[in-house]
Design a binder for this molecule. Structure first.
Ligand code: PLP
Length: 413
């Protein structure tokens, strides 16, 4: 008797969900002790200071009043043209790099990452990202027969580890003719780090050096899922100018997501924006990614695209939306600042959080540390190299005093 019907490449696939496990433990504690006593730092979505899932008010209003045909009709495979124009200009703000661009609508940011891995790497190739990374990257690579490898994100002074990055790129480029590099910035998940202008300049120098060999190809995918919670709009996009006039054999792809930026996580709407000095590379980008969309999910959520268009085509509405989103950003900023100030005061070694939904604390046995934190009814996510605290989901008053408790758990684990 066979115990598996799965094709050989799919045998043994189980999505290990540490976040689900942590939030299940948290729910149990809430049932036992009441939500006022429990701190849930596991959720990757913004919860307001009353512990409720936050929705940007104008997003709810516009979504509920969209014409039914915008919600139920098929959308073009590549996406609604206005949506593609708007996601492109929203991605770049005032810092649009010189070069050709094209956009393709995707099922969330995840969809764009999937297409990038599939269309810009060879079967069996290694894809490079930092050692602190969003676990889904690994699954996305493995699902299509690629391998995720990492470089150390920080050096011993907790600066971007350009030496570690360079060494890994050198190694991979000696083995592969093409390389996909995934960089999640600004407001990286899970550390909250944002590459500086200097970091980016050094990263691009390394890529340019390898691109001098005409038989080599490099794709840099910038995962900007958290960009709208990273600081002032044009300040956070300044680095994008550096991508102007890169050689033809370097392609840049920005993966845009409405999940966080519009607080519509479950609507599954995003876009991938390709940038190149070569017109042919961008025509190919639009063609091959449209093809992959047709052959994976067909077209994507029409209503969510209509929502983004409705908000951004009306200047007054757009202003109101940005102000309401900024209020959420300021709330996450305050929460992060409380934790980081207290961490500094008590000597807890938190990674250099700049902004965003998450911050992390290195730990050898992160599961044991998280277990110890349960004594104080604090629930966080144990990652391979440390503990992830979801700043986005913890009410401001519950952030106070948390750093000391994490330190205590670290010492006693
Ligand atoms: N990239 C990172 C680092 C993320 O953490 C997420 C969501 O958690 C995404 C991309 C994409 O999310 P979505 O597919 O919901 O747009």
């Amino acid at each position: 008797m066979t115990s598996s019907m799965a094709a050989s490449h799919s045998v043994g696939k189980v999505a290990k969900d540490v976040i689900f496990g942590a939030s299940a433990a948290c729910r149990e504690a809430v049932d036992k002790y009441g939500s006022a006593k429990v701190t849930n730092a596991t959720i990757g979505a913004i919860m307001d200071d009353n512990g409720q899932l936050a929705c940007i008010p104008i997003v709810e209003k516009v979504l509920r009043t969209l014409p039914i045909n915008d919600l139920i009709s098929y959308a073009p495979i590549s996406g609604v043209p206005d949506y593609l124009d708007m996601t492109t200009s929203l991605t770049f703000g005032d810092h649009r790099p010189d070069g050709y661009t094209a956009a393709v609508a995707t099922a969330g940011g995840t969809g764009g990452i999937h297409h990038t891995i599939w269309n810009y790497t060879e079967t069996g190739d290694s894809v490079l990202t930092s050692d602190w990374f969003w676990g889904t990257y690994n699954m996305l690579c493995r699902e299509v027969g690629r391998k995720l490898v990492t470089y150390p994100l920080f050096d011993e002074k907790q600066n971007f580890n350009i030496a570690g990055f360079t060494a890994e790129v050198d190694k991979l480029m000696s083995k592969q003719n093409s390389l996909l590099i995934i960089i999640n910035t600004p407001a990286h998940n899970p550390t909250g780090y944002s590459l500086t202008e200097t970091d980016w300049s050094a990263v691009l120098d390394v890529c340019r050096e390898h691109a001098k060999k005409s038989d080599k190809k490099i794709t840099i995918m910038v995962d900007i899922a958290y960009i709208d919670f990273a600081g002032e709009k044009n300040e956070t996009r300044k680095f994008m100018r550096q991508f102007s006039d890169l050689p033809d054999n370097i392609l840049t792809i920005f993966t845009f997501s409405m999940s966080k930026g519009y607080t519509v996580y479950g609507q599954r709407c995003g876009a991938m924006i390709g940038l190149s000095s070569s017109k042919e590379v961008i025509t190919e980008f639009a063609d091959i990614n449209k093809y992959t969309s047709r052959s994976t999910w067909s077209n994507i959520n029409h209503g969510a695209m209509a929502l983004l268009v409705a908000i951004n085509k009306d200047t007054a509405l757009q202003k109101q939306f940005e102000a309401e989103r900024d209020a959420l950003y300021q709330m996450t900023r305050r929460r992060g600042a409380i934790f980081m100030e207290e961490a500094k005061a008590c000597g807890l070694n938190a990674l250099p959080y700049k902004a965003g939904f998450f911050l992390s604390i290195p730990a050898k046995d992160s599961a044991a540390v998280c277990d110890k934190m349960h004594d104080d009814l604090i629930f966080a996510v144990p990652l391979k190299a440390g503990v992830r605290i979801a700043v986005c989901s913890v009410p401001t008053d519950k952030m106070r005093g948390m750093a000391v408790k994490v330190l205590k758990a670290l010492h006693s684990a």
